[in-house]
Design a protein around this ligand. Structure first.
Ligand SMILES: Nc1ncnc2c1ncn2[C@@H]1O[C@H](COP(=O)(O)OP(=O)(O)OP(=O)(O)O)[C@@H](O)[C@H]1O
Ligand SMILES: [Mg+2]
Length: 351
């Protein structure tokens, strides 16, 4: 029997998302999904600024959704994580586990004592007695910080993952992973853009860029001299509401400019990948994250990168009982759900 799923808990900068999945004979079924906003500045630059509030919100979202499974998978992103594909002499998993801490030292710009290191063999025989290994190092202080917040909510952080991998797991659950094409998964959140390039059905490259939708909120707040919350509201208001207040044109203009900047950043990462890879031609970009809805973003990506842009549908292959869920509101949350769904795929006992 498959191990029991843990609950996916995606602690984003702007909101927390929870996703509980269940393996059934018919496939994966949705047990719970919800998101709850965080006050601005609860998390800043990837660090928890207001731990008690964050714990409260986590408790709240578990309570509201009557989630009784208290084991969760959380994830890290941004500057606290380093992911690298390295080449090592062929060895067994056990040998790798014994030596990785030592091997990792030369690839990691942090003091090795301050990080948790994990490694996974992605290609056991890459030729000439070498194998490809994915090295993941995360700052221990940041892991501890988030784990502590979760424990304070009386929940067990059983699995600690990375946003970019959760994104991949969500993609794999819902879409056919192309074997002979290169695609890019791009998740644009409030403060981080996660990029995961999949080539030939395998993970080829990941990168986090530390920018996101907050940049637009800041710009709107500056240009209109309004507080953060109001700028956030203006940004996500409908076109009708904005045109009635006469600011539609200006908000769109700012949004297009900020989107252009974000597209440039994404392009730079993809160019870096292209320069170091043989399967460089990206055919499709699978997009997710709340800020992917920002005016000018999809158009900018299509225009500048010449790839087809599609939305990841995190619930495509998930059975959702219409008696239990309001399908329309679930679909509205779909753009921000990818990481939580990917985390919800993880099982107890995973690392
Ligand atoms: N309709 C919209 N138009 C523009 N921006 C939007 C819209 N809806 C949501 N956003 C923005 O998307 C962002 C939230 O997305 P998401 O929930 O994916 O981020 P997060 O997970 O909280 O952040 P991160 O992963 O970066 O820590 C916010 O910046 C929000 O303003
Ligand atoms: Mg996020």
């Amino acid at each position: 029997m498959a191990a029991q799923h843990v609950v996916g808990l995606d602690i984003g900068t702007s909101s927390i998302k929870v996703c509980q999945l269940k393996a059934t004979k018919k496939g994966t079924q949705l047990v719970a999904f919800d998101s709850i906003m965080l006050p601005p500045d609860t998390i800043r630059d990837g660090q928890v600024m207001h731990a008690p509030q964050l714990s409260e919100r986590i408790q709240e979202v578990f309570g509201l959704n009557k989630i009784r499974n208290r084991r969760v998978a959380i994830s890290l992103s941004g500057n606290s994580v380093i992911i690298k594909k390295i080449s090592l002499p062929e060895m067994t998993v056990e040998e790798l586990e014994d030596s990785i801490q030592w091997e990792a030292e030369q690839y990691i710009p942090f003091d090795i004592k301050d990080v948790n290191v994990d490694a996974q063999i992605i290609n056991p025989s890459a030729g000439q007695g070498q194998m490809d290994v994915l090295l993941v190092a995360a700052k221990r202080a940041i892991i501890d910080e988030f784990a502590e917040v979760v424990r304070d909510a009386r929940i067990d952080p059983a699995v600690v993952d990375v946003d970019a991998f959760a994104l991949y797991n969500c993609f794999e659950l819902n879409h056919e992973v192309p074997r002979d094409e290169t695609v890019a998964l791009v998740n644009i959140g409030a403060s981080t853009i996660n990029i995961h390039i999949v080539a030939g059905g395998m993970s080829a490259f990941t990168r986090d860029i530390t920018t996101g939708g907050n940049l637009l909120t800041e710009e709107i707040s500056k240009q209109f001299a309004v507080p953060w919350e109001e700028a956030e509201h203006m940004k996500t208001s409908s076109e009708t509401t904005l045109s009635m207040s006469g600011v539609l044109r200006e908000v769109q203009r700012i949004s297009e400019r900020v989107s252009e900047q974000m597209v440039s950043e994404i392009q730079r990462s993809l160019d870096f990948f292209a320069a170091t890879s043989m399967n460089a031609e990206i055919s499709t970009i699978y997009l997710s994250g709340g800020a992917a809805l920002q005016t000018g973003l999809i158009e900018g990506l299509e225009r500048r990168l010449g790839a087809e842009v599609r939305a990841i549908n995190p619930f495509q292959n998930v059975f959702v009982d219409p008696k239990k869920f309001d399908l329309a509101s679930l679909q509205r949350m779909a753009p921000i759900a990818a990481v939580a769904v990917g985390l919800g795929c993880r099982a107890r006992g995973d690392r």
